[in-house]
Design a protein around this ligand. Structure first.
Ligand SMILES: Cc1ncc(C[n+]2csc(CCOP(=O)(O)OP(=O)(O)O)c2C)c(N)n1
Ligand SMILES: [Mg+2]
Length: 695
């Protein structure tokens, strides 16, 4: 602790920087004073300020360059001032105004996202503590990838530095370990910038951690740890300068552990006087008077400093007055930037080139990825076991590492959060990641990143940061896979707005949709049924198809008519339609054989967006609809579809929309008899068809 020290250090930090830092520190302080003074207005929306953390934050912000990347967290308004944002910019977000440069009034104060040419880049920031670690490490991974492939922009030796700012308590989140693990293992050019105020809202460090971040980071070999008294501007500046130099030139990770006092409230809503018993001690470490004293010892005069301070206070007041008058978002702004526009809007290329033999579905996917990797150096594939030794547990990536090298196709540790969450950072740098979650059953550890970071990046950054990410997920029951290799998860995924989801049932559809997914600027989940990969299950032979040509794409949201009912059956009112996807397509086609010419079958192919037009046309044509799903029916995507059809086609229906799925139980049991009893099959579907036709 440097409290009470009054001696002045000599420094190489220029006078200009010192004066600028003083001005910005005064501005930051004036902002927190003003926000407090006007709390009736400013705390309409929750916010936190950097009060106490200003010195180390400014020392960082002032040293970042436009080619750098930074992920500030909610207490980092001084970093924002340091990189060149104005108090007015910040206040527009404080008051959730339309011109808030970060999110257009969509997210809280100091939750920045920025893509200005003259400033460091800031990808979208969620509010979930610690969850920025993986996406930001993904940025560093992208930067490293582009450099290794020699396709990075040239910054004249001033290579980009990536900074992940994070609170001391957020460091205890499990996902942070995944990020540190990867940064250490692969030596990413990243700085973890930990601000340790020893508070986690009202829980203190004694209650919440066995070691501080510096001690923790020592467990990750290859991350250099640098400790800073973060209330001392000059110490902070000099040590950060060294750290930045290491990262810029040696391309390896550094963790900064900055001790800082917390002088403000946790947030506008959680007030310090309710629970803090250490305020006096923290006040003694206030960076502002400390800096003032240092500056006075460095030939700046009392008068100069006061003048700068007064101007800062005045200017912050003016900017506040102006911000309160700024325009609010309009109701119609709500709908902007739900999905980034995709270039794939129609089916193109040749679906069935002549002279080819049918291939198994898993190979259609393999060929699609091979073509993508050949054509796009910015594309890469990673996940568990996809590397050269095995090429995927389904051999879905076989030979790719050999062909494209271990930097483009590689194994990751068992880290589903990292696998999914890193893609949002990778995408921000211009990489095009294709990743794999080994089994749908294990998507859960990655779901947080998918929901919190990927799905909202484009919307909450007001269109600045689409997250182009293609996530392949083998799914479904394929014969005694048991409770942890058989699950269906599509309803959980379809509940996440902001992602697209495909669930093809043939090789040709898988190839066309993988290509469309790759070119789509949004996060895409490709659900690939394991039971269809090799067409080994009886009745799934048609999943094998001729492999479409290289240009073949299928737009999302377009279903496929698998089989049509006979026109005369339709005219007599004796037909019905099944709407399904995945394995349901094969249960249905088999079942339909017993009802000659009466059954039309629609394969949705993509679940989000879903082909509502085809669904409603089909419902109106046949008046009787059965929806077939592999999931237990209750609260599913399929059930929601029944509701949609009922609402939109009610007057055309001759029977309630029916549904069949698995039994309503928590898991698919291992034993084959139990599994068969649990799942739908052709006979069960046939029974439903019979009942509907006779309704
Ligand atoms: C995943 C998640 N859990 C809980 C919260 C609620 N929360 C907001 S701030 C905070 C404390 C974070 O402390 P620290 O990381 O040390 O940052 P500080 O506020 O001290 O700067 C918590 C628990 C959250 N935002 N995200
Ligand atoms: Mg803290």
């Amino acid at each position: 602790m440097s409290e009470g020290k009054s001696q002045v250090k000599k420094t190489n930090v220029s006078k200009d920087i010192l004066k600028k830092a003083w001005r910005l520190m005064c501005e930051a302080r004036a902002m927190s004073d003003l926000f407090e003074e006007h709390k009736q207005v400013t705390s309409k929306y929750v916010h936190a300020c950097s009060r106490g953390h200003e010195a180390v934050q400014l020392a960082l912000g002032l040293q970042l360059k436009p080619q750098d990347w930074v992920a500030p967290y909610y207490r980092d308004d001084s970093i924002l001032l340091g990189i060149g944002m104005t108090p007015y910019d910040c206040m527009l977000q404080l008051l959730a105004k339309r011109d808030d440069p970060f999110s257009g009034g969509r997210t809280y104060y100091s939750h920045p996202s920025l893509k200005d040419d003259d400033k460091p880049k800031i990808p979208h920031q969620s509010s979930a503590t610690g969850m920025q670690a993986i996406p930001t490490t993904g940025v560093a991974m992208g930067v490293q990838y582009l450099e290794k492939q020699k396709i990075a922009e040239d910054f004249n030796g001033q290579n980009p530095v990536v900074v992940c700012s994070i609170g001391d308590a957020a460091m205890t989140e499990g996902e942070v370990s995944e990020a540190l693990q990867m940064a250490a293992l692969k030596q990413f050019p990243i700085m973890y910038f930990v601000q340790d105020n020893e508070w986690d809202i009202s829980a203190n460090s004694k209650e919440t951690r066995a070691q501080n971040a510096a001690e923790f980071a020592k467990g990750f070999k290859g991350i250099e740890v640098i400790k800073i008294e973060g209330n001392d501007f000059i110490e902070s500046y000099e040590k950060l300068e060294k750290a930045i130099h290491i990262i810029r030139t040696e391309r390896r990770p550094v963790l900064i552990h900055a001790s800082v006092p917390l002088l403000g409230h946790h947030t506008s809503g959680v007030r310090k006087e309710w629970y803090r018993d250490d305020l006096e001690e923290h006040e003694k470490r206030d960076p502002l008077p400390k800096f003032r004293e240092t500056l006075l010892g460095l030939d700046l005069t009392e008068k100069e400093l006061e003048e700068i301070q007064n101007k800062a206070i005045e200017s912050v007041q003016e900017q506040y007055d102006k911000a309160t008058e700024a325009e609010d978002p309009k109701p119609e702004d709500l709908f902007d930037y739900d999905f980034a526009p995709t270039p794939v809007t129609e089916e193109k290329g040749e679906r069935e080139p002549k002279g080819k033999e049918a291939t198994v579905m898993v190979d259609s996917a393999l060929f699609a990825v091979r073509e993508i990797l050949s054509k796009h150096p910015e594309a890469l594939l990673y996940g568990q076991d996809v590397g050269g030794r095995l090429g995927g547990v389904f051999r879905e990536a076989a030979t790719l590492a050999q062909q494209f090298g271990d930097d483009r196709v590689f194994n990751t540790p068992i880290q589903e959060a990292f696998i999914i969450g890193s893609t949002v950072g990778m995408a921000a740098t211009g990489c095009k990641p294709i990743v794999e979650v080994q089994f749908a059953d294990y998507i859960w550890p990655g779901l947080n990143q998918l929901f919190t970071e990927l799905s909202r990046s484009y919307y909450l950054s007001n269109g600045k940061w689409p997250a182009s990410s293609l996530i392949r997920v083998p799914i479904g029951a394929y014969g005694s896979g048991g409770p942890y290799h058989s699950s269906s998860v599509e309803s959980v995924l379809t509940n996440i707005r902001g992602i697209k989801i495909a669930y093809p049932s043939t090789g040709a559809d898988l190839k066309g949709l993988l290509k469309a997914g790759f070119y789509d600027p949004n996060p895409v989940v490709m659900l690939e049924h394991k039971g269809l990969y090799w067409s080994k299950i009886k009745g799934t032979e048609k999943a094998k198809t001729i492999e479409p040509d290289e240009d073949y794409v299928i737009p999302f949201g377009k279903g496929r008519v698998v089989q049509e009912a006979d026109q005369n059956q339709v005219e007599k009112g004796k037909s019905m339609a099944i709407i399904t996807y995945g394995m349901g397509v094969y249960w249905s086609t088999q079942a339909a054989k017993q009802f000659d010419g009466k059954i039309e079958i629609i394969d949705l192919r993509s679940l989000v967006p879903v082909d509502e037009k085809l669904i409603y046309e089909t419902a109106k044509k046949h008046s009787k609809i059965l929806v077939v799903t592999e999931e237990p029916e209750i609260n599913t995507f399929a059930q929601a579809l029944c509701g949609l059809i009922q609402r939109n086609c009610f007057e055309h229906l001759d029977a309630p929309v029916e549904i069949i799925g698995s039994e309503n139980l928590p898991a698919i049991p291992l034993n084959s008899t139990l599994e068969a009893t649990m799942l739908p099959n052709a006979d069960k579907v046939a029974e439903k068809i019979e009942a509907l036709l006779n309704y």
